[in-house]
Design a protein around this ligand. Structure first.
Ligand SMILES: *Cc1c(COP(=O)(O)O)cnc(C)c1O
Length: 403
């Protein structure tokens, strides 16, 4: 068996398709977000990061850092085990209470990542309900798809945000079968937002539960950072809300918030929760500070939206093909994987601007793009320099512009 040859073949496949991924080796500088130093074989250079999901720079906020340092000094580094075996600290308990309250649910459960939260919860619910039909939006994140797959129950895929198609699938299902409608609020690649209230009303009509991934919205939307469901005043209509602690909240971890009994079932049945060491207390302490801070700081949410809207306008004014979506995401279309990677490389090498090319399988083939995530700390000057650079690259390479 030529194991080495098979491995190289697998890599060559992704390389041929122009979607071989190379990590940017960075160190951020606390206090000067979004600047960072890029480490390469040729040496080091300063760059501006345009694609961080630490949307509000909370990963460097003094409130978060102080809480983490304090927890480290007082209680040490690791958690010491799974939640069942010595891994539950007072920070974990407090943080779960805070997250339950943020989403106006009875309970919450922490995971080591949002990926784990989606994967473990959907797989577990599917098994516990027995023959549970999961109706999944076609643009759902890989972690939801993986959880649904591992649940081994029946699955139907509904056309993205299409209420008519959702109702068609719900009405075709056996009224006595358990059903979960799984979807996201902000879709992170196109930046569009689901009609959460309407989806929940339909689910309710056909007696289905609703599972909402608010990963790209928690901390960023709603009066207290409770996400789009809070903004839309429909928190009570959603049965299970899933979020991350790594993006808007700036640290690490994931969670679900739901009824006490549902959370207790996932806590009691999900192997991915039971058999994995819990988040370090330093992390839980940092996140707790971040969630509490963002509950109060509505200003930063306004600034974040303002930066994103302004960058979109600036790009559109130059005829660059930006998707004018309603969320904070700023996608600029390239429609080709090889060009997408080349443009991203040129931005980094020539202009010191880091944005990651987004290629298949993250987005469908032919819809390759650059995805910018301006934060409240990206200045007007940075945005002007970015738009100038893109304009030049688009002209030099004769890339497709907006229609
Ligand atoms: C990033 C992401 C996740 C996973 O969250 P992590 O905390 O990064 O593991 C889940 N859902 C969506 C939509 C995401 O973009």
């Amino acid at each position: 068996m030529d194991y080495e040859g098979l491995l190289c073949d697998a890599l060559n496949t992704v390389k041929r398709e122009g979607r071989y991924r190379v990590f940017a080796d960075l160190l951020r500088h606390r206090g000067s977000f979004p600047r960072a130093t890029l480490h390469t074989d040729e040496g080091k250079r300063d760059i501006v990061v345009w694609c961080s999901n630490d949307y509000l720079g909370m990963g460097q906020h003094p409130v978060v850092l102080d809480a983490m340092k304090d927890a480290l000094d007082k209680h040490g580094a690791g958690s010491g085990g799974t939640r069942n075996i010595a891994g539950t600290t007072h920070y974990h308990v407090e943080l779960e209470k805070e997250l339950a309250s943020l989403h106006q649910k009875e309970a919450a459960l922490l995971f080591t990542s949002g990926y784990n939260a989606n994967d473990a919860t959907l797989a577990t619910l599917s098994k516990v309900f027995g023959d549970c039909l999961i109706i999944s939006d076609e643009m759902n994140h890989a972690s939801m798809i993986e959880g649904i797959r591992r649940g081994k129950g029946p699955k139907r895929v509904w056309r993205h945000n299409d209420l008519g198609h959702l109702e068609e699938l719900l009405s075709q299902a056996d009224p006595n079968q358990a059903k979960i409608v799984a979807f996201e609020s902000v879709y992170s690649m196109d930046g569009d937002i689901a009609p959460i209230g309407e989806i929940c009303d339909l689910a309710r009509k056909y007696n289905a539960l609703t599972y909402l991934d608010e990963v790209h919205a928690v901390g960023l939307y709603g009066r207290h950072g409770g996400g789009v469901a809070e903004r839309d005043g429909v928190l009570d209509k959603v049965d299970i809300i899933e979020g991350t602690l790594a993006k808007g909240f700036g640290v690490m971890g994931g969670y679900i918030a739901a009824s006490s009994v549902l959370v207790d079932v996932v806590r009691s049945y999900a192997p991915g929760f039971i058999f994995s060491t819990s988040l370090a207390p330093t992390i839980a302490a940092g996140v707790l500070a971040s969630v509490r801070h963002l509950k109060r700081d509505n200003n930063i949410r306004g600034q974040h939206q303002e930066r994103s809207a302004k960058l979109k306008r600036m790009l559109a004014d130059r005829g660059l093909p930006v998707l004018m979506c309603e969320s904070h995401i700023v996608p600029v279309m390239v429609w080709d994987p090889v060009l997408c990677k080349e443009v991203a490389d040129e931005l980094l090498d020539t202009y010191g601007m880091y944005v990651q090319p987004i290629n298949y399988p993250t987005v469908p083939r032919g819809t390759e793009r650059l995805r910018f995530t301006p934060s409240p700390y990206h200045t007007d000057e940075m945005m002007e320099a970015l738009v100038d650079a893109l304009d030049k690259v688009w002209t030099q390479r004769n890339l497709k512009r907006a229609a």
